[in-house]
Ligand binder design. Sequence first.
Ligand SMILES: [Zn+2]
Length: 48
Amino acid sequence: MRRAYNSVLHLPQLSTCPQCSAPFVSHRVCPACGYYKGRQVVAVQSFA
Ligand SMILES: [Zn+2]
């Protein structure tokens, strides 16, 4: 009775941000620039 626990740990789909071209989880706000669906929804503090 061995269960494949790999099926539980499904990896989220990664997309490339059109704004900053950083990989991020699709259907989520880009953690790098805070953009989602072409508009900034989260203010990202950049320490430049
Ligand atoms: Zn981005």
